[in-house]
Design a protein around this ligand. Structure first.
Ligand SMILES: O=CC(=O)O
Length: 379
């Protein structure tokens, strides 16, 4: 099999995958080839397989340029970067990596819900800022000047902070003691003692247990999210093209209706022409200022400019996003929002799952070239 050319169209997603492919085939890393047209002209005859992922697969143009292409083996469950119609037309086989990543993606969806509602990332940033302030104090107080001349950097920060934020300090302490009198002293003093911009001011922590969860797409991943959310006593509802007879969750035939009737809306469907911008202005407004959007599907499921303006204007309560319209680019307006958690498309990103995905990619290629049944055929 060493003479079989395999074209990896995505940036290498995993070192183990690359190692396994290089052991068996002649691997070309398309992403790092500067003159792609020249490369294709010289090597097209030897390329019989493409390996892609969620960022790059095989579009109509590439398929057209590879006359001997027999199989596209994707290191992803999503197939939106592969022109399936073209593959079908040319008799090219297609495989993906279903099942092995279901649990990780569902875990991450729940993680995003908790992170947004409980402000986990904001809290983490707060603790880090407290510690860096402490370090500042240690440095300043170790300066070799007489004690009476030493500026207590730490105290200075507190004074400046209090003067600049007196209204917030008062509101925050009032708010915290109303919500949880026991934590007012510790959080209040922590924030003030360190002079850090008080990360928790005016924010509203929300609990997750019992929140109603609406899921768009009830395939393997959607069902795994539902199962996990049920364990948090969340009532589950869903939207799919047609109602499922074998599930007990409430069905909504329209996404707007689903959004209007849940507190957390999760995108867990495949990206197709039909589901592109399934989250639009109307859906976002139906979810509303107390609602949270979780997207572990694909960026183009969401009308991103609409999402950004809803978050900036406070028409949407929060968002947990693992995917974006133009990855790796993320709209800058989101960086300053504490009710938003941003991840770099890591749904299946665990060591264990990545290995299983890589084994499937390689196993499918081997099966194909040995004329054996494919492990996870799509076409
Ligand atoms: O996004 C990841 C995948 O489709 O597997």
């Amino acid at each position: 099999m060493e003479s079989i050319g395999v074209l990896m169209t995505c940036p290498p997603p995993d070192p183990y995958l690359v190692e396994q492919l290089e052991k068996r085939f002649t691997l070309f890393k398309f992403h790092s080839i500067p003159d792609k047209a020249h490369f294709l002209n010289s090597n097209k005859a030897s390329i019989r397989a493409v390996v892609g992922n969620a960022s790059a697969g095989a579009d109509a143009q590439l398929i057209h340029q590879l006359p001997n292409l027999e199989i596209v083996s994707s290191f992803s469950v999503g197939l939106d970067k592969i022109d399936l119609a073209k593959c079908r037309e040319r008799g090219i086989r297609v495989t993906n990596t279903p099942d092995v990543l279901t649990d990780d993606v569902a875990d991450l969806a729940i993680g995003l819900m908790l992170a947004v509602l409980r402000r986990l990332c904001q809290s983490d940033r707060y603790v880090r800022s407290v510690n860096s302030c402490m370090e500042g104090r240690l440095v300043s107080s170790s300066l070799a000047v007489p004690p009476f001349l030493q500026i207590d950097y730490y105290f200075l920060q507190v004074c400046v902070f209090v003067l600049l934020n007196i209204d917030e300090v008062i509101t925050t302490l009032g708010y915290i003691s109303k919500v949880n009198p026991d934590c007012s002293a510790s959080l209040g003093t922590l924030g003030l003692r360190n002079g850090a911009k008080f990360a928790f001011s005016k924010s509203s922590w929300l609990n997750f247990t019992g929140k109603s969860v609406g899921i768009i797409g009830l395939g393997r991943i959607g069902l795994a999210i539902a199962k996990r959310a049920e364990a948090f006593s969340c009532p589950i509802s869903y939207h799919t093209r047609t109602e499922k007879s074998d599930v007990k969750y409430k069905y909504y035939p329209s996404v707007v209706e689903l959004a209007a009737n849940c507190q957390i809306l999760v995108v867990a469907c495949a990206l197709t022409e039909e589901t592109r911008h399934i989250i639009n202005r109307e859906v976002i407004n139906a979810l509303g200022p107390k609602g949270v959007l979780i997207n572990i599907g694909r960026g183009p499921h969401v009308d991103e400019p609409e999402l950004v303006s809803a978050l900036v204007e406070g028409r949407l309560g929060g968002a947990g996003l693992d995917v974006f319209q133009d990855e790796p680019n993320v709209p800058e307006e989101l960086f300053g929002l504490e009710n938003v958690v941003l991840l770099p498309h890591v749904g299946s990103g665990t060591m264990e799952t990545r290995k299983e995905m890589a084994d499937l990619v390689v196993g499918n290629l081997e099966a194909h070239f040995l004329n054996k049944p494919l492990l996870t055929p799509v076409l």
